[in-house]
Write a new protein. Structure first.
Length: 346
């Protein structure tokens, strides 16, 4: 039987940009694209210009982003609708067909303007060639992978939860929606779930008795599983904890941890919110407060498939400055000497 998620509609809330507001953002993006044609998207000068251009965002949008950045909400998500996309090429179904940022400049720069209000954009050299804005579209031959190039159900997870510098925020902007209306992006916030967990479960989730398997996109030189050291799933304050878990890749190392992980997953599944993203919609996730996934769908590989673009941000770059390579690319961390404590499964 095809496994799917049950979820409540998340489109009932969100901020809708007017046509005039969208045109103002598009004009700002086009000015930057003309000024920096031929530049890498990792150019510090370009990124600082994008941050300055975020003033083109409506004050209502910037206020909502600032509040989300500083205070969050129980679901850990925020939805913007009506962002400009510009002219788009065909949806790429092979990695080598993914476009340069200049070919999708309006969507790219609009997304980065939004992200710059939340933090400092970042990428990872292990993943998608270190691209600062990454294409999320079904790839030929990757249908059954638990990665964003697949098309089977993508299990619930915090993004790169195995990584010591996992992003604080991530966004997904929809360039093309799933024509069949099947591919729903779903989220589950710890703020919605925490009241449903008993004290024993919460205490177990706070103990360092969980290990998470590295995504295959981050492990290139071994066929063996690479796991994190034992860490907690919940951390931070009692009333506003951080969450780090992958229900496909996290395992409890004790019976109590395994039971707590199962209880958490059941509670999250009961609280899911979701939507099938439409063009111009951008969903923002507080990666410290929510898990996300995607229901399965059927790619057609005809240039008109579902196409999102993803961007990450950290609240502050200073803790990772020594690990940055070109621009905002975080250097590889999967070798044993780079990340003490990584464990290869027997």
């Amino acid at each position: 039987m095809r496994k799917e998620f049950a979820y409540a509609d998340a489109r009932t809330t969100g901020i809708v940009l007017s046509e005039t507001e969208s045109e103002i953002i598009e004009a700002a993006a086009l000015r930057i694209a003309a000024q920096y044609a031929g530049y890498s998207l990792h150019s510090t000068d370009l990124l600082h210009t994008v941050e300055l251009a975020a003033a083109a965002l409506p004050s209502e949008v910037r206020r909502a982003l600032i509040c989300f950045r500083d205070e969050g909400n129980t679901s850990g998500t925020l939805l913007l609708r009506g962002l400009p996309l510009g002219t788009l090429p065909a949806t790429p179904d092979r990695v080598e067909d993914e476009p340069d940022w200049t070919e999708v400049s309006v969507a790219t720069l609009s997304q980065l303007m939004v992200m710059s209000v939340l933090g400092r954009t970042i990428s990872y050299s292990d993943e998608k060639n270190g691209n600062l804005v990454q294409d999320v579209s079904p790839k030929r031959g990757a249908e059954t992978r638990q990665e964003n190039g697949g098309s089977i159900l993508l299990e619930l997870h915090t993004e790169d939860g195995f990584h010591p510098a996992a992003p604080h925020f991530l966004s997904l902007i929809c360039l093309r929606g799933d024509r069949d209306g099947l591919a729903a992006t779903v989220t589950g916030g710890i703020g919605d779930v925490l009241p449903e967990l008993n004290e024993e479960t919460v205490a177990a989730l706070r103990r360092p008795e969980f290990r998470t398997r590295f995504s295959t996109s981050f492990v290139h030189d071994t066929d063996e599983e690479v796991l994190t050291p034992s860490v907690p799933v919940l951390s931070g304050t009692e009333s506003n904890p951080d969450l780090r878990v992958d229900f496909h890749g996290t395992v409890g190392t004790t019976p109590a941890a395994q039971a707590a992980l199962a209880a958490l997953e059941k509670a999250v599944l009961r609280s899911l919110r979701g939507l099938v993203l439409e063009p111009g919609e951008l969903i923002i996730l507080d990666n410290r407060r929510t898990v996300h996934g995607r229901t399965g769908f059927f790619p057609h590989y005809d240039g008109a498939d579902r196409w999102l673009r993803r961007s990450f941000a950290l609240a502050d770059l200073r803790p990772v400055l020594d690990h940055l390579g070109e621009g905002r690319i975080h250097n590889a961390i999967t070798s044993q000497h780079h990340t003490p404590g990584l464990v290869t499964a027997a």
